[in-house]
Design a protein around this ligand. Structure first.
Ligand code: NAP
Length: 312
């Protein structure tokens, strides 16, 4: 059975562009799943350790032109355009890939522009943003939301599934970018509410970790509440996502709400809290919302120094 899975995973020649925090962990999973994968990174030394997992490292982007499917995971939309269409980009020579899959967090407009340019070259485009960070990928919990031609999704989904916990197809065009914005809006609303109720529990006399332990075991607990609980109990605010980036995504959500005529009252309230957090100069992790909430409730929080695992 193992051999059969390996054979299927070798059905397409894969290329991967961008071996950063996310790209490394994602490409590593494909290599370890037995895929025929060649990787390119601007800073080649970062890609070299992937050889031990079975990946090939190539010197030039054009070396990936013969691949069936090329994945991109770089920083911004401008960077995606550069690696695809730049002077030495992967589509600059003959023999371009059949499908490009982009997981970089980029705007709808940039995504549509890239789709249009690839279509001129007869290349199908799958917009495939992700939920999770590098630690989540290692724990096999990354999820992918994809949009674009259904046939392209069907060809690519075994590889997306091998990268994480599974992939969801939400339709044509740039719909997955909207799904990702909705996802990050929920992140803002949930963290603000989680901070409110945790401060309420503490002010009423509970220890934060004891309350969060109950919540996480309940039907209201989620992978997110469990994953964030150690930070809220121990006031560990090393950055996983900044308040500025969260505000940007909430604003994208509210703007989409206006475009489609959808009221988003809880999102608007959460936005004000995140804006206030930034105005007060909190610049570490967005979970510092708990400090702001405690101040508003007239209490001072102390680290509880408890081991709650990593919640994953
Ligand atoms: N980190 C997260 O938790 C997370 C979660 C979900 C989504 N995302 C999104 O995923 C994307 C990647 O995030 P990351 O955390 O992996 O970032 P990262 O560690 O900074 O990696 C960025 C990668 O892009 C490459 N790159 C950037 N500009 C380039 C250019 N002009 N030409 C060629 N390569 C270029 C970098 O190459 P070098 O190595 O040469 O610099 C590096 O491989 C971002 O859009 C981010 O918003 C991140």
């Amino acid at each position: 059975m193992g051999i059969e899975i390996m054979a299927n995973m070798k059905q397409h020649k894969l290329g991967w562009i961008g071996i950063g925090r996310m790209g490394y962990a994602m490409a590593e999973r494909l290599a370890k799943a037995g895929c025929d994968i060649s990787v390119w990174n601007r800073t080649q030394s970062k890609a070299e350790p992937l050889v031990k997992s079975g990946a090939k490292v190539v010197d030039n982007l054009s070396d990936l032109a013969g691949c069936d499917i090329v994945f991109t995971m770089v920083s911004t939309g401008k960077d995606v355009k550069e690696v695809l269409f730049g002077a030495s980009g992967v589509t600059s020579k003959r023999g371009a890939p059949k499908i490009v899959v982009d997981s970089t967090s980029i705007s709808l407009e940039e995504s549509a522009e890239i789709r249009g340019k690839l279509a001129e070259k007869n290349i199908q485009f799958l917009a495939a943003p992700v939920s999770g960070n590098a630690k989540v990928i290692k724990a096999n919990k990354l999820t992918v939301v994809a949009s674009g031609p259904k046939a392209a999704f069907d060809a690519v989904s075994p590889y997306l599934d091998a990268i994480g916990r599974g992939s969801s197809y939400v339709g044509e065009g740039e719909l997955s970018r909207i799904a990702k914005i909705c996802h990050n809006v929920m992140l803002g609303v949930v963290i603000q509410n989680l901070c409110e109720i945790t401060v309420l529990a503490e002010k009423a006399g509970m220890q934060r970790h004891a309350f969060l332990d109950f919540l996480n075991k309940s039907v209201m607990g989620s992978m997110f509440t469990a994953y964030k609980s150690p930070a809220l109990a121990n006031l560990d605010f090393h950055v996983t996502f900044t308040p500025q980036l969260l505000l940007k995504d909430i604003d994208l959500g509210l703007s989409s709400g206006r475009t489609y005529g959808v009221p988003m009252p809880t999102t608007s309230a959460a936005r004000d809290q995140v804006q206030t957090l930034i105005g007060h100069g909190y610049d570490q992790d967005f979970s510092q919302l708990i400090l702001q909430q405690a101040k508003a409730a007239g209490i001072e929080l102390k680290s509880e120094n408890v081991d709650m695992g990593d919640g994953l």
